[in-house]
Design a binder for this molecule. Structure first.
Ligand SMILES: NC(=O)c1ccc[n+]([C@@H]2O[C@H](COP(=O)([O-])OP(=O)(O)OC[C@H]3O[C@@H](n4cnc5c(N)ncnc54)[C@H](OP(=O)(O)O)[C@@H]3O)[C@@H](O)[C@H]2O)c1
Length: 357
């Protein structure tokens, strides 16, 4: 049988020049699968340009292939793997940008990508590849903040959670990370109180939040403190510019664990975390790729998502907006992401489903 050729969108250097050209056709090792990519999504970390990319991922060598969010079909499985078969529909976290992977064969913006089985989930037929592509980094970052031992360390999600009577605050719930955090926290049995732009309040409620407030409102902190009332605040996920300032105020005025997981790469986070300790508040910075190596990854991608997606308990959110077809559309999608989105994930169809190798 002829080996299919592979093509990738190469990031040529740290400044952000891209070019579509051939890449090695990967062979999966133990614990790995190769996914024939149908759709990818773009994330803020992909859209970084210039010296800031060196700050965020200093280990990366160029040229390389970036991209974390892939959905497609299993094209090959590593030795001894029984969980997947060739042709299975999956969504996976392409981990090529992670420090411990740092490998262009695991970058998502290509036709055939190597993915670790532990962060790959079966897809029900009811979820399209474009819908599924919104998930990986968003769900992984939310899960890192909620469940990693050094973050909020909350109990893992289940398919039939019992209400705990405690609250999780998701600041920035209409973001991709926030949409996943709301649903995961609900699946762990928490009541969710959230913030989002006013136009997205219905959307965030539809994900399971009990109450949603506008993060631009001058009274927002007081409104949230009142909404939490006497309930225990089990932790806060702070997403978006200014989120940590508000989350610190709210943690200081409510009872609970006084733990905040911050997803916003604000240079002041470390200083603020240090200062907050004196008030008994613990702030940690989330790294969305942590679950790639930790037990949280398989707990979400292997044990929770496949069933939760098939029953509709968990839905890929926010909705995708398909920017175009073909890898050469990714740089345009990145530019559109830099311009800003609202409760939307920008997705590129890599190869439409009707096209076979
Ligand atoms: N630490 C990590 O490993 C990691 C991983 C992934 C993402 N992140 C970071 O997490 C953040 C979210 O990423 P994403 O991909 O989820 O974003 P996204 O979906 O592209 O964000 C778009 C949303 O941001 C919301 N927003 C804008 N300014 C806000 C603010 N000041 N407070 C709260 N929400 C605000 C908008 O809400 P409205 O339209 O409702 O106003 C919009 O819906 C980014 O800062 C990103 O860099 C970090």
């Amino acid at each position: 049988m002829k080996t299919p050729t592979n093509e990738a969108l190469w990031l040529l250097d740290v400044r952000g020049g891209f070019e579509v050209r051939t890449s090695t056709h990967p062979t999966p090792g133990p614990g790995q699968v190769v996914v024939r990519v149908r759709a990818v999504a773009v994330n803020p970390v992909d859209a970084i340009t210039g010296p800031f990319r060196r700050l965020v991922t200093p280990w990366m060598r160029y040229p390389t292939v970036i991209g974390s969010d892939v959905a497609g079909e299993i094209a090959a499985v590593g030795e001894g793997m029984t969980r997947f078969e060739v042709g299975d529909r999956v969504v996976g976290f392409a981990a090529g940008q992670e420090r411990l992977r740092n490998n262009s064969e695991e970058g998502g913006f290509q036709h055939y990508v190597t993915v670790l089985e532990r962060v790959c989930a079966e897809l029900p037929d009811s979820v399209t590849f474009e819908q599924a592509a919104v998930l990986p980094l968003g769900v992984s970052t939310a899960a890192a903040g909620l469940y990693e031992k050094d973050q909020l360390a909350l109990p893992l999600p289940t398919w039939s959670p019992s209400p705990r009577g405690e609250v999780v605050l998701v600041w920035g719930a209409s973001t991709s990370v926030g949409s996943n955090a709301v649903q995961l926290a609900r699946a762990s049995g928490y009541t969710v109180i959230a913030t989002a732009g006013r136009q997205n309040h219905d959307f965030v409620r539809s994900l399971g939040a009990q109450a949603v407030f506008d993060y631009r409102d001058h009274e927002v902190d007081q409104q949230i403190v009142e909404a939490i009332g006497h309930r225990h605040l089990a932790g806060s996920i702070a997403i978006g510019a200014g989120a940590l300032t508000h989350a610190l105020r709210i943690a200081g005025r409510t009872s609970g664990t006084r733990r905040i997981a911050s997803a916003y790469p604000d240079p002041l986070t470390r200083v603020r975390s240090f200062l907050a300790r004196a008030r008994g508040i613990r702030v940690t910075s989330i790294w969305g790729g942590t679950p790639v190596q930790s037990p949280v990854g398989p707990a979400i991608f292997r044990d929770f998502l496949p069933v939760a997606l098939s029953t509709g308990q968990f839905r890929p959110a926010p909705d995708p907006r398909v920017f175009g077809i073909g890898l050469d559309q990714v740089p345009g999608a990145l530019a559109a992401l830099r311009a800003g989105v609202s409760a939307t994930k920008l997705v590129v169809t890599v190869t439409p489903e009707e096209i076979h190798p």
